[in-house]
Design a protein around this ligand. Structure first.
Ligand SMILES: [Zn+2]
Length: 302
């Protein structure tokens, strides 16, 4: 009889495992944790839709949430430079995981500005993001070993979806002619996407945004637009339109013309309850917008 009571207690506990409190630095990372953790995690995002993680300053409320977190996931590679000091504190450093940590360093691109040596926007190469998903799954499995199988199997099926996304992106890139393969954005957040889709990338700002724009860069980008006859420059949801507007003005002054497209999602996903709220939705939106702007209209047969 006693055994029966004991077993019932165990079943009760197993049926309702404690939801782990996870903090994600940016919404792209939060989506990864939700895809892997499902209903067994509760995720709080520090820098939400429209936010710029390069410049985000932690608020007192964030510090409270961080101190109560079971685990904190960040991109790493200097993206969260402004949070570095807080995350390095002894009570947090042991609970903080950089999802870029297991990506082969040979696959990383260099930073052009910002805190680190490497470009931190690794989510724009879906194959690298597949590795990041594994890091999330392995870390959650360590945190909550009773749910390890659940996390690992969620990760495996999500990784399959991601590989299909990657294939689709590479196929879509073929719609853009050689001459139009230049992606100009407000900051150099898209170098990994450019490498995968065979697009040359130009940013008004570098891979970091904290230094602000150098007026010479506006001239340099405008010169590329005019010389290559690029039809569109892209604004981004997490940055001001000012810099791309300045490029358009400078192109106009040189007798050329360029339109502003987007905004693209770069360092943040879309608003809640939209398709672009998820990583897959955001990537699909960006690729569609880029291909629509850069692919020439098909020549109609007579
Ligand atoms: Zn960025």
């Amino acid at each position: 009889m006693a055994g029966g009571i004991f077993a019932a207690g165990c079943i009760g506990d197993a049926a309702q495992p404690r939801r782990r409190h996870i903090v994600a630095s940016i919404s792209v990372v939060a989506d990864a944790v939700r895809m892997v953790g499902g209903e067994r995690v509760e995720v709080h995002t520090l820098v939400g839709p429209g936010g710029d993680p390069h410049q985000y300053l932690l608020q007192p409320r964030d510090l409270e949430i961080l101190s109560a977190a079971d685990m904190v996931f960040i991109i790493g590679l200097g993206l969260e430079e402004s949070m570095r000091q807080v995350l390095a504190e002894p009570n947090l450093s042991g609970r903080t995981v950089a999802v870029s940590g297991n990506i082969d360093r040979a696959e990383l691109l260099p930073a052009t500005s910002g805190g680190g040596a490497f470009d931190p926007h690794v989510w724009f190469d879906v194959r690298l993001w597949v590795t990041a998903i594994q890091t999330v799954a392995d870390s959650l499995a360590k945190l909550d070993s009773a749910s390890a199988d659940f996390f690992l199997s969620n990760a495996a099926s999500y990784q399959n979806q991601l590989l299909q996304l990657d294939e689709w992106m590479v196929a879509r890139a073929r719609e853009i002619s050689e001459a139009r393969r230049v992606l100009i954005t407000a900051h150099r957040g898209f170098d990994y996407l450019g490498r995968r889709m065979g697009l040359e990338t130009v940013g008004v700002l570098g891979t970091g945004t904290t230094a602000g724009v150098d007026p010479d860069e506006i001239d340099r980008v405008a010169a590329v637009v005019v010389a290559r006859d690029i039809p569109f420059v892209f604004a981004e949801t997490s940055l001001t339109r000012e810099d791309v507007e300045a490029v358009r003005g400078r192109v106009g002054a040189q007798g050329g013309s360029v339109e502003i497209a987007g905004p693209l999602y770069s360092d943040a996903t879309g608003n809640p309850e939209t398709v672009e709220e998820t990583y897959i939705g955001m990537m699909g939106y960006d690729v569609n917008a880029i291909v629509a702007a850069l692919a020439e209209s098909p020549i109609l047969s007579p």
